[in-house]
Design a protein around this ligand. Structure first.
Ligand SMILES: NC(=O)c1ccc[n+]([C@@H]2O[C@H](COP(=O)([O-])OP(=O)(O)OC[C@H]3O[C@@H](n4cnc5c(N)ncnc54)[C@H](O)[C@@H]3O)[C@@H](O)[C@H]2O)c1
Length: 338
């Protein structure tokens, strides 16, 4: 049965991501704020009541029993945090990627299931207004031919425990599958290390989905201009979503000859179609993500969350991308035990 009382949630890790979760938890009527945990304290001043900031999960649990927690600690710390929280009966919304390895992701799924709790992964791009609208309008496109994503920009100035494949490309690998309508069946990838760090800072992925649609992703921390674009090409034309600005366009197939002015036709192509920019209702993606998770905690089993199983699938594909880049061969994922 669904509960009408907003659930109480805690934030574990008050860093770049956790501070935003804390802001929303303290201000959104669909949820209540139980507290936050960070051994480094509240360095961004995200929590209004200082008494609600704890140094460890154990210290928080001695005082507060939240119904759920957002796990926003560095990716390699997700599993130990989930272990402690599920042992105390706390439902978990785990930041993406769900874990640093597929093995850890499977352990997280087991912990949540064995405790009879609910969990989800924070693949927040799925809540981007432009992508939500694109997906809603996909039937208008007819047959989908390919999905392409570009997620490039300068390196964010903070320490990272994983490379660009697991940190950033997991957004794209999740989107490709969500928009393309089938699991990823095959990947071929190239990576580069240009900044002298242990992990890769550029990845180019080409692949195919189980429904035979093609995709490619261009992702890096090297490009001086930040770009976040997703394109879906199909029978009727092409959707283009700019997820940085939450804008969506549709380019209809060319149907008007540009003829007459030869120099213009040479620049523009022999024909052009109409371009539509959609007016969108823009809600903050992170708030939409948290509201969906609160609905799940409140008993709505069809709340639009990204499941832990989907989060695992994405980590499995990310590992295949790294394997392909290391071996130089493409990797077949059909039958992979995600
Ligand atoms: N959804 C997105 O778009 C998005 C964007 C950025 C980061 N993330 C994810 O969010 C997570 C956190 O990333 P970030 O960029 O906020 O990192 P960050 O380094 O800015 O913040 C992590 C915080 O966790 C704290 N911490 C470390 N161990 C802890 C523990 N055991 N208990 C409590 N707090 C602990 C650190 O002190 C730090 O303040 C990562 O999994 C990352 O992949 C997601």
């Amino acid at each position: 049965m669904e509960s009408s009382v907003p659930p109480r949630g805690a934030v574990i890790g008050l860093g770049m991501m956790g501070r935003h979760h804390a802001r929303i938890l303290q201000s959104n009527a669909a949820m209540r704020f139980a507290g936050a945990v960070d051994p480094g304290g509240d360095r961004f001043g995200a929590v209004a009541d200082r008494a609600r900031v704890f140094g460890t999960i154990e210290e928080m649990l001695a005082v507060e029993r939240p119904e759920f927690a957002v796990v926003a600690v560095p990716t390699e710390e997700h599993l130990p945090a989930v272990r402690e929280l599920t042992a105390a009966g706390v439902n978990v919304l785990v930041e993406k990627p769900v874990a640093a390895t597929a093995a850890e992701a499977r352990e997280i799924i087991g912990l949540v299931a064995d405790a009879g709790l609910v969990g989800a992964v924070g693949h927040v791009e799925r809540c981007n207004p432009a992508l939500r609208e694109l997906r809603r309008r996909l039937p208008d496109l007819g047959e989908v031919y390919s999905v392409a994503t570009e997620r490039v920009g300068p390196f964010p100035d903070r320490i990272r425990d994983v490379g660009v494949v697991k940190d950033l490309a997991t957004h794209d690998l999740d989107l490709v599958r969500w928009l393309g309508g089938a699991p990823i069946a095959r990947v071929a990838a190239q990576t580069s290390h240009r900044m002298g760090r242990d992990h890769e800072d550029l990845v180019l992925v080409t692949g195919r989905l189980a429904n035979d649609r093609a995709f490619n992703c261009v992702v890096d921390w090297l490009t001086p201009r930040k770009i976040r674009e997703t394109r879906v090409l199909g029978e009727g034309g092409m959707f283009v979503a700019d997820t940085l600005n939450a804008d969506l366009w549709f380019y209809a197939n060319a149907h008007v000859s540009t003829g007459g002015w030869a120099a213009d036709a040479a620049r523009r192509g022999v024909a052009e179609g109409d371009v539509t920019k959609f007016a969108l209702r823009r809600e903050e993606p992170l708030a939409a993500e948290l509201e969906a998770f609160c609905a799940l905690v409140g008993g709505n089993d069809s709340a639009p969350v990204v499941t832990l199983a989907e989060g695992l699938e994405t980590v499995v594909v990310a590992e295949a991308v790294l394997e392909s880049a290391a071996s130089g061969a493409s990797v077949d994922l059909t039958g992979s035990a995600a």
